[in-house]
Design a protein around this ligand. Structure first.
Ligand code: G4P
Length: 529
C-alpha cells in the first residue's frame, strides 16, 4: 500500500458523552463489528464508578484499565479505525479536552431518555470551537424516552448544532419496532433477541410500498411515512462538505446494548468521516500528506508499577511515516531522540511497531522528558497548537508533609503537572504552591501517586479561590497595571509557563477588578494572544 493510501484509509476519532449514555457499550459493539473482539464484555468499563472517590485501589485499577483502552484500533472494510478513549467523568474533563486535539472527528452519544446532559454540552462546545466534524448517536431506543423530534430540537438548541437525521426510529421503548435508515433507504427491524449477532436490513427505498404496513403495522407505517416526509421538509440534506467543516451534524438512532443501528452508524462513519486532517502549528499548517514525520504528545500515562517510574507518552502522527529507531527532534528541548520500542495499539493489546502513519497513535516509553503538547519532527522547528488550560474549579495549597523529601515532592509535582493531572500556581508574594484541579478526585490521586511513585508526602490546605484569571495588561509600564499589581499582590501567582495569574475569590471581585482596571484584561483560559 502506498503512503497516500495508508493515510486515506485511516479514521481517528473519539466518542464523547455524559457518563452512562452508553459510550463503553457502543465502543464494544464497534469492536465486535471490526472482528477485533469476539464477545461483548471484553472492553472493560473504564469510568470511575460513582461513590468510589476514596477508594485508592479503585483509582489504581481504573488507571490500569484506561491505559489498556486509551487507544483501540481495528480494521473494518479495509479502513484502519483508531478510537481514542475520552474519560466521561467530569473530574477528568481536561484529559478529554486534550484527547480532542488528537482526533479527526467525534461521535457524540446521547441517552434518549436523558437528552443533552451537562458533560456533553461542555465537550461539544470544545469540538464546535475547533470545528471538529461530529456525528450524533441517540442511544437506548429500546427504552422509553423523549420524542425523537423534541430531542433533535434539544440537540440543536442546547448544543448549538445543525442536525440532519440519517436514520429514524419506528416507535420507542416497549413499542420500538426498528429503524428506517434514510441514508441507505433500508428498514432494520428489531427482534429483541439479537443482542450480539448482527441483523440484516431489508431494502425499502419506497415507503409508500404497502408491504411496509404488513411488516410494521398500518399505524406505525403511516407515522413513519409522515415523519420521513417532515424530515425531508424541515431538515437540510446531508452534505459531506458541511459535515467536514463542522457546520452540519448527521444524527443516527439506535440501541448500542442491543446492537441495533450500530452497523448503520459504522458504515456511514467510514464513508463520511475524514481521513487525517491537516493540523495547525504555531508556525504553519502541516498537511498529513507531507513526507517528513511530525507528531505531538497529547497524553502521558504513568506506569502502573510504582517501581518503574517510566511513563507512556501517546503521540499522534500528523504527517510522514514514523519509523522505529529513526532520530527525531524533540523540539522543546532541542534534542534528537530515537525510539527502539514504540508501541502501536490494538483492541486488546499493544505491540512494538516498525512504522506508523498519519492518524495513528504510538506509545513511547518516557522517563520524564516529555510534556503534553511536545512536538517531534525530522528537524523543523515546529510547535503544534494544543488546547489552552481552562481555569480550574478547585484550589488548595499544597504543603510538604515530610521535610526530608522535599526534592522528591517537587520532582513529583513537576512530573504530575507535565502529565496534565492538575495545574500548579506559585504565589508571587511568598512562593507557596497552589494546585488547581477540575474535580476534587484529583487531590487524592496526586497525594496517592506522590507517595507511591515519588516517596513524598503532601498535605493540603483550603484556599478560597473562585477562578484563576490569566492577566493581560495593555501596557506593563502604565500606572494602572502597577496599581493593580500593588493592590492585588496577595492574589497574584505564576502558572507553570510563568504567565501572570490573578486568583480571584468571587465573581464579584472579577467584575470589580475589571471595571477598576479596564486596561488590565482578565482571561479564563491561558491562550488569549
Ligand atoms: P458510559 O460508558 O457512557 O458511561 O456508558 P455504558 O456503556 O457503561 O452504559 C451505561 C449503562 O447503560 C450500562 O448499564 C449499559 O448496559 C446501559 N446501556 C448502554 N446502551 C444501552 C441501550 O441501548 N439500551 C439500554 N437499555 N441500556 C443501555 P449499567 O447497568 O450501568 O451497567 P452494566 O452493569 O450493564 O455494565
Amino acid at each position: 500500500m502506498t503512503f497516500l493510501e495508508e493515510i486515506a484509509r485511516r479514521r481517528t476519532f473519539g466518542i464523547i458523552s455524559h457518563p452512562d449514555a452508553g459510550k463503553t457499550t457502543l465502543t464494544e459493539k464497534l469492536l465486535l463489528f471490526g472482528g477485533a473482539i469476539q464477545e461483548a464484555g471484553a472492553v472493560k468499563n473504564n469510568k470511575i464508578k460513582k461513590g468510589a472517590t476514596s477508594d485508592f485501589m479503585e483509582i489504581e485499577r481504573q488507571r490500569g484499565i484506561s491505559v489498556a483502552t486509551s487507544v483501540l484500533a481495528f480494521i473494518y472494510q479495509d479502513k484502519k479505525i483508531n478510537i481514542l478513549d475520552t474519560p466521561g467523568h467530569k473530574d477528568f474533563a481536561e484529559d478529554t479536552f486534550r484527547t480532542l486535539t488528537a482526533v479527526d472527528s467525534v461521535i457524540v452519544v446521547i441517552d434518549v431518555a436523558k437528552g443533552v446532559e451537562p458533560q456533553t454540552e461542555k465537550l461539544v462546545e470544545v469540538c464546535r470551537m475547533r470545528k471538529i466534524p461530529m456525528l450524533v448517536f441517540i442511544n437506548k431506543l429500546d427504552r422509553e424516552g423523549k420524542d425523537a423530534f423534541d430531542l433533535l430540537d434539544e440537540v440543536e438548541q442546547k448544543l448549538g448544532l445543525t442536525v440532519t437525521p440519517m436514520s429514524f426510529p419506528i416507535g420507542m421503548g416497549y413499542d420500538f419496532k426498528g429503524i428506517y435508515n434514510i441514508w441507505e433507504k433500508k428498514l432494520n427491524l428489531f427482534s429483541g433477541d439479537n443482542k450480539t449477532s448482527i441483523s440484516e436490513g431489508v431494502e425499502f427505498d419506497d415507503l409508500s410500498n404497502p408491504e411496509l404496513d404488513t411488516i410494521v403495522g398500518k399505524k406505525a407505517a403511516d407515522t413513519l411515512r409522515e415523519e420521513i416526509e417532515l424530515i425531508s421538509e424541515v431538515y437540510p440534506d446531508f452534505e459531506r462538505e458541511e459535515y467536514l467543516s463542522g457546520s452540519l451534524q448527521p444524527v443516527f438512532f439506535g440501541s448500542a446494548l442491543n446492537n441495533f443501528g450500530v452497523k448503520e452508524l459504522l458504515d456511514a462513519f467510514i464513508n463520511i468521516a475524514p481521513a487525517p486532517q491537516p493540523k495547525k502549528a504555531e508556525e504553519r499548517l502541516v498537511d498529513s500528506k507531507e513526507k517528513k514525520m511530525t507528531g505531538f504528545v497529547f497524553k502521558i500515562h504513568a506506569n502502573m508499577d510504582p517501581k518503574h517510574r517510566d511513563r507512556l507518552a501517546f503521540i499522534k502522527i500528523v504527517s510522514g511515516t514514523f519509523k522505529r529507531n529513526s532520530p527525531y527532534l524533540h523540539v522543546r528541548n532541542g534534542k534528537k531522540v530515537k525510539f527502539s520500542s514504540p508501541n502501536a495499539f490494538f483492541a486488546e493489546k499493544k505491540e512494538i511497531v516498525d512504522e506508523s502513519f498519519p492518524g495513528d497513535i504510538v506509545g513511547i516509553h518516557d522517563t520524564g522528558n516529555f510534556k503534553i503538547g511536545d512536538t517531534l519532527t525530522e528537524g523543523e522547528e515546529l510547535n503544534f497548537k494544543g488546547i489552552p488550560s481552562f481555569s480550574p474549579e478547585h484550589f488548595r495549597y499544597v504543603n510538604n508533609a515530610d521535610p526530608m523529601k522535599s526534592k522528591q515532592l517537587y520532582k513529583g509535582l513537576d512530573q504530575l503537572m507535565d502529565e496534565g493531572v492538575a495545574q500548579l500556581f506559585t504565589l508571587d508574594m511568598n512562593g507557596r504552591k497552589v494546585i488547581g484541579t477540575v474535580g476534587a478526585l484529583q487531590y487524592e490521586v496526586i497525594q496517592y501517586r506522590l507517595e507511591h511513585e515519588y516517596g513524598a508526602k503532601c498535605s493540603y490546605e483550603n484556599l478560597s479561590v473562585h477562578k484563576a484569571c490569566w492577566v493581560e495588561p495593555e501596557d506593563i509600564k502604565n500606572d494602572e497595571f502597577k496599581e493593580f499589581k500593588r493592590v492585588k499582590q496577595r492574589y497574584l501567582a505564576k502558572d507553570k509557563q510563568g504567565q501572570l495569574v490573578f486568583l480571584a475569590d468571587s465573581e464579584f471581585t472579577i467584575q470589580m477588578t475589571q471595571s477598576k482596571y479596564p486596561t488590565v484584561k482578565l482571561h479564563f483560559t491561558s491562550e488569549f494572544k
